[in-house]
Every structure is written in C-alpha cells, then in structure tokens.
Design a protein around this ligand. Structure first.
Ligand code: ACK
Length: 948
C-alpha cells in the first residue's frame, strides 16, 4: 500500500566515489547470488582489521522533484563483530548516512565536509560466519527521513568507519497524496507539508458532465493519505455516473442516480436525455413529474342514467372505462333545453341549479333542481382529467335526454265508492323501452304510497268512500324514472260512515289494457299511517304530544349525574353484569314473535310481568346456544352498559336472564323499530317540527350519555329506536363490539372497524373518539332524518367519502330541509372538533326551534357562543315570509291571487301554489314545505292553550 500512496521515483545508481588520492575508494561493487541463486548487486566494505577507517560511498545527484521531504530506505547486511576473531577494538557494527543539497550535479567532485549527517545506521540483525556458511542472508531495512530539502537536488553519502557491510539497495522516495476521484471530483497529486501536523487543503474539480453541489475538498495528510472529504459533485442532467443515458432512458434530475427507463407512453431517441417525450395522443400536465407516465384524456362516462321526481333530477353515471391513466378525473355537465321544436335548443346551465355544481364534479352524480316540467332537457356529461386541455380532439361526452313529464294526464275510466279505474296515454316516443309505470296515490290529507304497474292503466280498490284522493303516475325505463304526471284528484262517492277500517288494506289491481300486456297483478299495500280520520289539527297534535313528553322530562335536571363505568375494567365480567343489571326470572317473560336477527341470536318481542305492576311490552335479545364464554360476555356487555343509564331517550334495560338458558337481555319495546327504516317507510309524512322533535330527543339522549362520559362511537339512525309516540331512543351499546357487528363498519387503514359515513375524520384517521366525534355523527343522523332515511353520501364509496370530507365537501341540505337545520349539521361537521356544538347546545337550540317554529323559516346562522340568545320574530306579512324563504319574486303573484294574510297562505295546497304562477318545481316545493311550518306556527299562535 505504501507503494501505491508513495511514489518510488528513483532507484539511485550507486557509484564508487572517486577521489584522486584513493583515500575513499574502499567500497567494492560486488555481484553475489542470493539464496535463490539470483544475482544481487551490492556495494561492500569490510576493513575490520584496521583501525581508523573512513570509507565513503556517494550516490549520484538526485533531483528532489516536488519533494520537500524525502525518505531513504536502506537494505543491507552487517557482519557480527563477535563472529570475527581478532578484531576487537577495530571492528564496528554501524555506518553513517549523510546528505548534501545542491542545485546541480557536481560530477565526481566530493568533499565530505559539505555533507550533513542524517543518522548512524545500526543493524537489527547481523550475520555470523555460520550464516555465511549456510548462505543465510540476514537483510536489514532501515528508513530515514531527510529534509526539508530546498535545493533542486541532493547527494547521499555512506560513511563506513570499520564495519563489514554489504549495501543491497537504496530507495529514495517522497510521499504524496496521489491523484484521486472522490465524489465525482478529481484531486491532483498533492505533496504533503513537511510539517506533519498540518494538512494541505485541496479543492477538487468536477469531472465532465458533473456539477458542483458543495465545493468538493480533500485534505492531504503528511503520510500521503487523503483525509476529510467535503462537498461533492453530482452528475448533470442526462448523465449517470458511468455514462450518458442511452436512448429509451432519461435522467431528469442532477444527482448520483441511474438513468431510468422512459415511463409508459413516452420515449427518448437520443443519448443523455433529460426527459422522455410523450407519444402521440399522450400528454404530460404542467405539474406532472418527468417520472410519471404520459397520460391522455379520459373516455366518455358510461351508463348515464337519470332518476326524476317532482323536484329533483338525479343524473348518475359510471366512470369512463379509460381514465387516461390519471386519477384527477372530474366531470362537467352541460345542459340544452329544447322546446317543442327539437332543433331550437338553448344552453341552460345558468337557469338550472346543479348540486354540488355543473363543473369539476368529482363524483359520478349530480342533482339538478329548478327545472321546468314542460321542457325537454339534454344533458351532456364530459369526463376530464389534467391533460384534457392539451388534446385538440373534441371531448367525448355521454348524452341523455330527459323529458320531465313523459306521461300525459290520468283519465278516470270508472269509479265506485271504494275503487277507481284509471288509465293514461302511453308515451309516444321514449328512447328506451318502458319497464313499468309507478302509480302514486294518497289521500289528500295524508300521503300514502306508490305502486308499480306494467300497463298504462290501473284499478285501485279499497278506497274510503267520500274521501279526496290524489293520483299520479310516472314511467320507468332502464335510465330511471320520469317525473310524475299532472296530479289527478278525485273524491270517492258514498257515505263516509261506511269507511274502510283505519288499518285497512288498499288493493291496487293492474290490468293489461294497452300495448299487448295480459297481466293481472293484485298487489297489496299496507297503509302505513294509522288514524286516517285525522283532521289537520289532530295530525299536528298527536306526534307533538310526544315531543312534549320528552321536553318535560329532560328539562328536569338529572340529580347528581353518575359517571359511566366501563365494564371491561372489571376483572370478572360477571361482576359488572351483577352490578349493573337485574336478573329476571324467565317465567315472567312471554316470548311472542321473532322481530329480527341480532348478531348473537334472534330478537323477539314479548311481554314481561312484574308482580304488582302492569305487564309491559318488551324486546328480548337472545344468545343462541353453542357460544363460548367470550361471546357470552360480549353479549352481556351491552346490558352492563345499558343498565347504567336512566333517561327517556336511552333504551331502557328491564333486566337479563343469565342463570338459565337461553341467556337473554330484556329491553323496553319500541313499536316502530329502528329510525332509518321507519323514516324510509314514511317518506314525507312528517312536518319539519315533528322531525325536529325526533332529533331533539336523540340530542337529549346523547347529552345524557356525554354528561356521563360515555362515547357512543356508532350513532346512526339505524341505532336509534322509535316507539309508538315517535319518541326516539339511542340504542346499540357495547363499545368496540358495536362496531364489529355494524354492517356499515368498514376496516380502516389503521386496522379498526369504523362506520365511515357516520364517523368524524379524526376518529377515522387516528381513532380519536369523543363526544365531539359523536356530535359529528349526530349531524349525519340529522341529515338522515331530514332526508327520510336517505343513505349519507348516497352511493359514494367509503374512500371517496373520506377524500371529499378531507377536501371540505359536506352533505347538502336534504330536500325541504330548512337552512337553520342544515346550518346546525354543518356546525356538527366542523373539521376542528372543539368547534362542534356540545349536545347541550344542540338540545337548547332545537328546544327554541320547537317552541318558536318560525325560526325554521328564517335563514339564520347559529350563534357564535352557546350562551347567545337567538331572537326569531314572527312574520307579520306574507311579504316578510316570502323574503325569509328567498321567494320574494312571487310577492305579486300571492297578492294578485288574494293571498294577503298568513292565515290564507297557510291553507294553500300545492295546486294553489301552481295556480298562482309558481312554475319551477323546486320553488313550489320550497314554498309548500314552508307553508307546513307556517301552518304549525299559526296553530301555535291561535290556540293559546296548545303548547309545543
Ligand atoms: O329495524 P327494526 O324493526 O328494529 O329491526 C331491528 C331488529 O330488531 C334487529 O335488531 C328490532 N329491535 C331491536 N330492539 C328493539 C326494541 N327494543 N324494540 C323493538 N324492536 C327492536 C330492530
């Protein structure tokens, strides 16, 4: 290694030192054989017998070149004086090394006085006669430093003073830090300083096609070692360490990385490419990194369908089959409105309302409102991505034509007191074949349900005599529903005392009368609402009675509220069951029928007898046989939790059966089952105030739970039960288990199972469940309630829900939902959890709303702080009221038609609203839903004894 780092510059050619008087010519040049019989050239002297020896040998002139300090390596043998008889006193075992600096060679001139002694050289090993006989060469190697040398060169000289020496070789060298490449910089040969403690700083030069990052430096140490590398160069764009990038490869960034293969749909023809060019038809968006594949615009959306009802048109489609290789897919909707002449169409994006908007849609759906029932609309949906603007090709679009009213007027064929036969004109042209017709009919006072018919006629029987009914029909094709036909109102004849029973069934008989159908279908519809004899006042009062009930109870403060105890903290779970639940003797339970399936076994309804008390209706959850202890505990955990609660809006635990089989949990019976399915079955049946009453109950139950320190984690309409008085109660407890058996719960990336659509972002991302995350879920429940059990975020995937929430998207107000309630939902969906309302704020807000229903009509925002008072004046004029619902443009219509008092407005039907000239369906709907509330408010005003 020394040889590599140092440079052996010269082998000196030793010569006899020639002096005229011969005084010094006593070293002899002798060639010998080594032990391997190879010749070695030596200079020898061995005048051990004679005293006062002074024999010199001098080198030729040695140029010092770049050296300041040189090293002299001597290899020699030396005879042991003791091994030579008779030489004591004269025989020596050392010799001296001298040098002399000069700028030029002196030739043969030699004056020992000019020489400076470097050292006395002794042998580590000397040889004896025996060694000679055995031909053993005991070679010594000694190195001496010489310098600093300032002249151009020097001589070396060897002085013998009476030893027996053979000088085998002399090597003279200096040390340098050799040329090197380090961190893509080259460092030249560098000679170290003579002073061995200081380093020479050397700046490197970047190699070709490399560029400096930080100045590359190395330090040359005295021993010829490069030390302390600093800084570096990196390969320039288009180059890698060994070479330029080959065709088909590229290197976009300077740095010591390899050239990469061109990404898909791109190429590089030449060498040293910094970037690959996109193939024809493929592009790179401005912000796309060079490492990304070239992409192209997406193909057209697929399966474009629509679904139409009175007020809104839902357009839905599937993503394009080819997304162009990108993820930034969005959609734009364009609209053309065509009158009776199809070639005279005009743009209509501006006159319709698109939710969430017409452009830049990230989900494959859009809701269109405020359309006219008398126009044909053509919607074009184009898919776009980040490179769509770069392509010169026209963007492919999916097109659908929607005619809101496809069905003509209904015609009565015949009628009796209990039935009616209706028929309608088969639509002349539809792009897709009609699958069937949906006939909707309801009593004018109470809404009923809808039914399907294959043919354009229907016989509806089981009607009540002397009752006004409203009928309408719509078609269904593969693309979805049309809107309903104009309504047909009919009052059945006969005597009202002869009415069908309240719980009676309505028969809808569908006959094939037109279009070759020969089908006779008898379908049965169950009336969903009891009390068909109710008048308006009763409709309002019955459910309000239950709102009263929960209000009264919850306004009484809970004396000394307890804290929830997690049953999982008990070492022995049975102990928790024992402490928080009552054991029921199974003989007191009578199971009547199975009402559903739970995770652990059937859910039944039945009766529970308690001595000295009235028998009560109960729901009984059973644990099916064959369970393991763990399952038994999971099952009973819910009871141990429920048993700690006592609140009118929390499902009440009656007790448990654990000492006999089957193990059971007995809870109060909730006649209307779970809230989500209940609402779906009663779509549109309730006034806003009734819905608010339900929400108020849920909020009150949640306030109780959060006051006790219990976090529900799975608050959703499916986990709320409704009794016959419409009182809503929170159910489904059991912590993690709740999430395990919730079919909505999906696994998150962190491994937990979470009902994504109902859960606050912080709970999804890092399982931060709290009363504030329950408040988020409560906002979703509000949305479910106001939309009558619609699925939150519709058919969006869980992943899309998470992303859109992250991007700030929030569910829009459900149809007919007052702004005030939507504002409250949005308040619950604040990203920052501390900004969400507390359940106590929600309860008092909803209380105010119920006490003063006019507030729901106002377009107001929630107070900044919970303590702030909200003041909602009663409307005094029709104009004020129209202003409040942003329908001021119809003031003159109301006035002209004589609706100039709120009382007269409160009695208007949707037909009346249409008649006075409100054409847009969305506007009709908004006015009617406000009239419902107005009606209630006026009742409240007029009947002083009536209180909400
Ligand atoms: O939607 P549902 O009618 O309401 O169907 C489910 C089914 O049992 C399985 O859970 C119903 N259910 C659960 N608890 C009760 C209860 N306390 N009262 C009445 N129905 C109940 C629930």
């Amino acid at each position: 290694e020394e040889q590599i780092k140092t440079c052996c510059l010269w082998m000196i050619e030793l010569e006899h030192v020639i002096k005229k008087d011969n005084e010094y010519v006593r070293w002899d040049a002798i060639t010998e054989m080594d032990e391997h019989n190879r010749p070695i050239h030596t200079f020898q002297v061995c005048n051990v017998m004679e005293p006062n020896q002074n024999n010199w040998l001098r080198s030729n002139w040695i140029s010092r070149q770049a050296a300041q300090k040189v090293y002299v390596e001597l290899r020699f043998t030396l005879r042991d004086c003791n091994s030579i008889p008779w030489v004591s006193g004269t025989c020596k075992e050392t010799f001296n090394l001298f040098y002399h600096e000069t700028d030029e060679a002196h030739g043969v001139k030699f004056r020992p006085a000019q020489y400076t002694k470097i050292d006395t050289i002794a042998a580590d090993e000397s040889f004896t006669q025996m060694d000679l006989g055995d031909r053993i060469l005991k070679l010594n190697t000694e190195v001496r430093e010489v310098g600093p040398i300032n002249r151009k060169g020097f001589y070396l000289a060897f002085q013998d003073i009476g030893a027996c020496i053979a000088l085998v070789s002399v090597r003279v060298y200096y040390k340098k830090c050799p040329f090197t490449l380090r961190n893509l910089a080259s460092f030249p040969d560098t000679v170290p300083r003579v002073d061995s403690s200081s380093l020479v700083e050397v700046r490197g030069a970047c190699v070709d096609h490399a560029e400096e990052r930080d100045t590359p430096k190395l330090f040359c140490g005295a021993d010829g070692d490069w030390l302390v590398p600093l800084g570096r160069c990196v390969c320039s764009v288009g180059y890698e360490e060994i070479d330029a990038c080959r065709p088909g490869f590229y290197k976009a960034y300077a740095g010591n990385i390899k050239c990469s293969k061109c990404p898909p749909h791109s190429f590089s023809y030449g060498e040293a490419s910094a970037i690959c060019r996109c193939e024809k038809g493929f592009f790179r968006a401005e912000k796309d990194p060079p490492t990304m594949a070239c992409t192209r615009p997406p193909s057209r959306p697929r399966n474009l369908m629509f679904n139409l009802n009175d007020t809104c048109l839902l357009l839905e489609w599937s993503p394009p089959s080819d997304t162009g290789g990108r993820r930034d897919l969005t959609y734009n909707v364009q609209c053309k409105r065509c009158g009776p002449e199809p070639d005279r169409c005009q743009q209509c994006e501006d006159e319709l309302r698109f939710l969430p908007g017409p452009l830049g849609l990230t989900n494959a759906t859009v809701t269109v409102v405020d359309f006219s029932a008398h126009a044909n609309y053509t919607f074009e949906i184009e898919s776009l991505n980040g490179v769509s603007d770069m392509s010169s090709f026209p963007r492919p679009v999916a097109i659908i034509t929607v005619s809101p009213s496809l069905v003509g007027a209904l015609k009565k064929d015949w009628a009796s007191p209990n039935s009616i036969a209706l028929s309608w004109q088969q639509p002349e042209q539809t792009t897709l074949p009609i699958i069937d017709y949906e006939v909707k009919y309801y009593e004018k006072v109470l809404k009923y349900s809808a039914y399907d018919s294959k043919a354009p006629s229907v016989i509806v029987s089981g009607l009540k005599p002397a009752t006004w009914y409203v009928f309408s029909v719509r078609t269904r094709t593969a693309a979805g529903y049309s809107s309903y036909s104009p309504k047909y109102e009919y009052e059945t004849t006969g005597d009202s005392s002869n009415m069908a029973s309240d719980q009676g069934q309505v028969l809808v008989i569908v006959t094939a009368a037109v279009g070759g159908f020969t089908l006779l279908v008898i379908l049965t519809l169950f009336l969903l609402i009891t009390g068909s004899k109710l008048h308006k006042k009763q409709t309002a009062r019955t459910p309000l009675h239950c709102i009263d009930y929960s209000l009264c109870l919850s306004t009484v403060p809970y004396p000394g509220i307890k804290t929830y105890v997690d049953p999982d903290t008990y070492e022995d779970p049975t102990q928790a069951v024992h402490e928080f639940t009552k054991e029921i003797d199974p003989s007191r339970i009578r199971i009547e029928r199975v009402i559903g399936a739970g995770e652990f076994g059937e859910v039944c309804s039945g009766r529970l007898r308690t001595p000295g008390k009235k028998e009560i209706a109960v729901a009984i959850k059973t644990l099916k046989g064959g369970y393991v202890e763990r399952q038994r505990w999971d099952f009973l955990r819910e009871a141990s939790i429920m048993g700690q609660f006592d609140h009118p809006n929390i499902i009440r635990l009656e007790g448990v059966v654990t000492k006999s089989r089957p193990v059971m949990i007995v809870v109060e019976y909730m006649e209307n089952g779970s809230l989500d399915s209940f609402l779906r079955q009663h779509d549109g049946h309730f006034t806003v105030i009734q819905l608010v009453g339900m929400l108020r109950g849920i909020a009150s139950g949640m306030k109780y739970l959060s006051d006790m320190g219990y976090v529900h984690r799975d608050l959703a309409a499916r986990n709320i039960l409704v009794n016959s008085n419409l009182v809503c109660k929170v159910s489904d407890f059991g912590l993690s288990r709740v999430l395990e058996d919730d079919p909505e719960a999906a696994y998150t990336t962190t491994g937990g199972k979470i009902p994504i659509r109902w859960t606050a972002p912080e709970a999804i991302s890092y399982r931060k469940f709290s009363s504030a995350s329950d408040a988020w879920s409560y906002g979703i429940v509000m949305w479910e309630v106001m939309s009558y059990g619609e699925r939150p975020y519709w058919e969006m995937s869980n992943q899309d829900v998470i992303l859109s929430i992250e991007e700030g998207y929030r569910l829009p107000a459900p149809m007919g939902c007052p702004v005030a309630l939507h504002q409250l939902m949005l308040h619950c969906w604040q990203k920052e959890r501390n900004h969400r309302p507390k359940f106590t704020d929600i309860v008092s807000f909803l209380d105010k709303l119920i006490r003063n229903p006019s507030t729901v009509l106002k377009n107001f925002f929630l107070p900044e702080s919970p303590g702030e008072e909200m003041d909602y004046p009663m409307f005094i004029s029709v104009g004020d009221w129209l202003d409040s619902i942003k329908m001021s443009q119809y003031k003159s219509n109301f006035m002209a038609a004589g609706y100039n008092t709120l009382d007269s407005v409160a009695r208007m039907s949707i037909e009346d609203v249409r008649r006075i000239g409100v054409e847009l369906i969305g506007h009709q709907r908004r006015i009617i839903s406000s009239i419902q509330t107005l009606h209630l408010q006026l009742l409240h005003e007029h009947e002083k004894g009536f209180h909400v």
